[in-house]
Design a protein around this ligand. Structure first.
Ligand code: SF4
Length: 241
């Protein structure tokens, strides 16, 4: 992480499933091996510093849409307890009844208790997983995602929403559309992230992105269950580490 990394960490999404979104900082993704990702560099082992930074973002929440999305370049389990408690407190105070959190497959067993904790307060959790593609051979041998099942149904037993990574070498129009369809069949919502160049070995493929833009973008952009991020800052948060 560069000293100067100072991303925007609070934003409001006004279209489709309107919600506030905060990008918080935790102790860091435990997996860290995905060959396309450098977001996991947004981390610190200093819990007090993380809480101070997170508190600043969380205090901006107004509750205007009664929905909040929390992202933290990893999984909810990487956030410190004070931050989780503050999320809970602010949601109760601002009448937020639905919170979206992200989580890696390796922490799936922690999800039921986490749902229960919030549901006791009348808050529904929606858990989002980055699957990137349902082609498990491609996903695990090329992307190194760390999901040891090839069953979308098994993933959907734990998770409500899925992120897909598209626009990379080896993908085709058919493979990308198949992934979106599988996502819509098994999950409540699908978020398509178009690959953006970073310092990692997997690079965007302009020809694949052009196929997506020409055929799939127009087909899915008006689907209320599909978010499409042509740039990874399209939700209004983030930046380059
Ligand atoms: S994509 Fe997610 S799981 Fe993979 S290394 Fe990055 S933060 Fe970790």
């Amino acid at each position: 992480m560069t000293e100067t990394f100072d991303p925007i960490r609070y934003s409001v999404i006004t279209e489709k499933n309107p919600r506030e979104i905060v990008m918080l900082r935790g102790s860091g993704c435990v997996w860290k091996r995905c060959r396309f990702c450098d977001y996991h560099l947004d981390k610190s082992s200093d819990e007090a510093a993380n809480f101070a930074l997170n508190q600043k973002q969380l205090l901006q929440i107004t509750g205007q849409y009664h929905k909040l999305e929390v992202i933290n370049s990893g999984s909810f389990v990487d956030l410190d307890e004070q931050t989780i408690a503050l999320i809970e407190e602010i949601c109760l105070k601002k009448n937020i009844t639905e919170i979206h959190f992200e989580c890696h497959w390796m922490h799936r067993e922690a999800i039921p208790a986490f749902r229960e904790r919030f549901s006791k307060k009348g808050i529904t959790l929606k858990l989002k997983i980055g699957v990137e593609t349902f082609d498990s051979l491609f996903r695990e041998s090329y992307l190194v995602k760390g999901i040891d099942t090839d069953s979308p149904a098994e993933i959907a037993e734990f998770f409500d929403e899925v992120c897909l990574l598209q626009g990379i070498p080896g993908q085709t129009l058919e493979s990308m559309e198949q992934d979106i369809k599988t996502g819509l069949n098994f999950f409540e919502r699908v978020c398509v992230n178009i690959m953006v160049e970073n310092r990692m070995p997997i690079k965007p493929d302009p020809r694949v992105i052009a196929l997506f833009r020409e055929h799939l973008y127009p087909r899915y952009i008006d689907n209320p269950r599909v978010d499409i991020l042509m740039e990874n800052t399209d939700f209004g948060v983030g930046g380059t580490p």
